[in-house]
Every structure is written in C-alpha cells, then in structure tokens.
Write a protein that binds this ligand. Sequence first.
Ligand SMILES: Cc1cc2nc3c(=O)[nH]c(=O)nc-3n(C[C@H](O)[C@H](O)[C@H](O)COP(=O)(O)O)c2cc1C
Length: 391
Amino acid sequence: MLFLEPREHVAFDLSSLLSGGAGLSRQLRWLALAAHLDGEVEVDAAQRELLGRLSPGDWIEASALGTADAAALAQLLEAGLVLCDAADANPQRLVYRERDERLRSGHWFAPAAMLHRLARWQGLDAVAAMDANELHTAADLRRKLGAPPAPVLERCPAEQRIALPRTDGNEFDALLARRSTCRNFDAVRTLPQALFAHMLQRVFAAQALVKVEDDTVFLKKHTPSGGGLHATEAYLIVQRVDGVEPGLYHYHAIDHALEPLPAPQAPLHEFALRALAGQHWFADAPAMAVLTPRYARSFWKYRQHAKAYRALVLDSGHLSQTLYLSATELGLGAFVTSAINEVDIEQAFGLDALAEGPLAICGFGWRGERMTNTEFDPAGAVWGAGASPGR
Ligand SMILES: Cc1cc2nc3c(=O)[nH]c(=O)nc-3n(C[C@H](O)[C@H](O)[C@H](O)COP(=O)(O)O)c2cc1C
C-alpha cells in the first residue's frame, strides 16, 4: 500500500520580495506514504518510476532489473518501499516485510490504513500547542480565525418553517440535559468498586451471546455496533478505584472481568497525562477507557471495505455517548477526547497499531467541588446558574 504525494513547501523569501516577486519560495517534493513505515520518505524521479514498474504481488529477481535501476533499487530497499525475501544482513528489511504482510492480510481499505497510520501522535503536548497559538477561549478562536460558519443551517425563509411542539420532557430528558463534559475531576476521591464495575457493565459488557458455531460468536451490548461485530476493546487506565490496584488493564466483555497488564514505564499519572496529549483537565479521572478497535474483527466481514474504518470511528462515538449518559445517571462526570498520543498508548499496552490502534479515550469519576477548568454548562445544569472557572 503506497501513496505518492507531490507536496509543495512554501516559505517566506526576502530575495524574491526584493526583486519584485511574491516574497515566497516554493519547493516541490515527492513523498512516498506507506502504512507499514514509521514515516514518510522523499523519493526522486528514478525511484518513483521504478516503484511504478514493480508489481506488489509478483516477486522478481533483483538482477532482472539491470544495472540502470541498481541505485534506485538499493535506496528503495533501504527505505522499506521495496521489499525483499532474501535472508539479508539488514534485519530492518525483515521488519518492513513482516509489517507489510500483516497489513495486506489484515484486509485494510488502503486509504483508511493510510489515514489511521498518519493521524497517530507520539509525545505531542496539545496544551502547549494551544498555549503557543493563544487559542484557549471561544473569543481567542474568533479573534484568530474570524467568524465560524453559522451555528444553524437555514434552508428556507423563517415564515416557511413548520414549527414543532416542545415538551417539558421526563427524567430521561433531564438526564440528557445534565450530560456535560467534565474537566474538573476530584483529584483525591476514589471511585467505589461497585460504581466502577457498574459503569463497565453498562458500557462495555456483553449483555447476551449468540453462538453461530463454537468459533463464531456475536455479542449483544447496550450500544449499537457496525455489522454487530463489537470490535472495539476497552483498555483501562485505573488510577483510583477502591479495591483495584492502580495500573493498566484490559476489560473482558464476556466475563465482566479485568485482565491486569504490565505497568507503563512512566508513573501511572504521568503516563495518563501523556496519553491525553497533556490535557491535564482530564488526567485526574479515576478511571479511563482507551477505545481500541480490533481491526481484524471488523475487516473479517468488511474486507478492503470503503466504509469499515468509518463504521469503527462511529462505534467509538456511540460507546462514548453511552459512557457519558451512564456516568451522568450515576452522578459521575465523564469525558471523551480524540486528541491522544496513540503511539505512546500502543507502546504501553503492547498494541500493534494496524491490528489494535486506539481512537479515543473516555474517562469517568467524581466531579471536583470547584470549576477550575472551563466546562460548557450555559444552562447551569451541572454547576448552577452563572458558574464560571474559579467558582
Ligand atoms: C469526538 C470528540 C472529541 C473531543 N475531544 C476533546 C478534547 O480533545 N479535549 C476536550 O477538552 N474536550 C473534547 N471533547 C469534548 C467537547 O469539547 C465537548 O463535547 C463540547 O465542548 C461540548 O460540551 P459538552 O460535551 O459539555 O456539551 C470532545 C468531544 C468529542 C465528541
């Protein structure tokens, strides 16, 4: 799976400006993007042409290429863009080949594999980036980015709209109104094990099993799932739950049980903060679930399918909403974020990104008593009327 991108780099150029030009220099480079590699690779014309002549499935002897291509071939082999089956002195080539084979046999839709691969972060501090760009508040966004598109789309004049009746609603409506992203967790209070277990049971547990054959089982859960496959796993970061040792776990959805995993290299809270890309307003949550699709479970049914990855992203969104509502009903705060350092998470939980790559982190726990970090509660449904950070 290989994509070639002609990418233009535009930079300020004083000499261009002084000589009457636009003040910009433009440099075009060809970049090879491949999901089995760790980064993008710049290629020249000879390498590009050679890539276009080699079959991804039909192996040939390197000697059949002739000497004219020898230099380009050597560079492409080195970069992992051409694979060889020779028992080679360079062990990295074997790594590339194994990754490529896993990717092909995993039935990824190639553009989705590329998107998944390229969207991953490692060691990124999203909060520092916000600080550097001075993008904190809605007012900052307006100042820097101008006005956003209108909050509501209008497709006909107001007088042509058909007004609908409003209802006061019932308890469920009141629950929906109280759902709000929590950015102020109590950093000390522990979560009783019963509440923690109840949350996992509601959001991630199998409620029933359907066995087609011994090796073909489908789960019923409280949340819908594309293809009924329930491919998304919950990997847990448990910081403060009564009776549960702080650490990393995998949740077993049929047994409703925790599977302990090795501790991360960094102290747990430091790892949580890193996983959350520096978002300290979430890092005190006593329990977090890393939503991690098992791509093979989905792609078993949806092979090279254009919608399969999208359905998995949607699955995570549905799980997150179930988690928010479940937490709200139990008197807990909840959050979801997709601004996560996937690579650090994969390393800590021992995951292969193209087999089990995380998409989001959800968390839940007691709200703190003070709103230190901004929450979006304009109706005062959570913090009372007029609450603002500092109160
Ligand atoms: C997919 C998704 C990603 C989100 N990522 C972040 C995030 O990275 N950081 C954050 O503070 N909130 C994040 N949120 C929470 C939103 O900011 C929040 O839902 C929004 O401001 C509306 O507030 P409310 O949930 O309290 O109604 C995310 C929400 C969703 C659904």
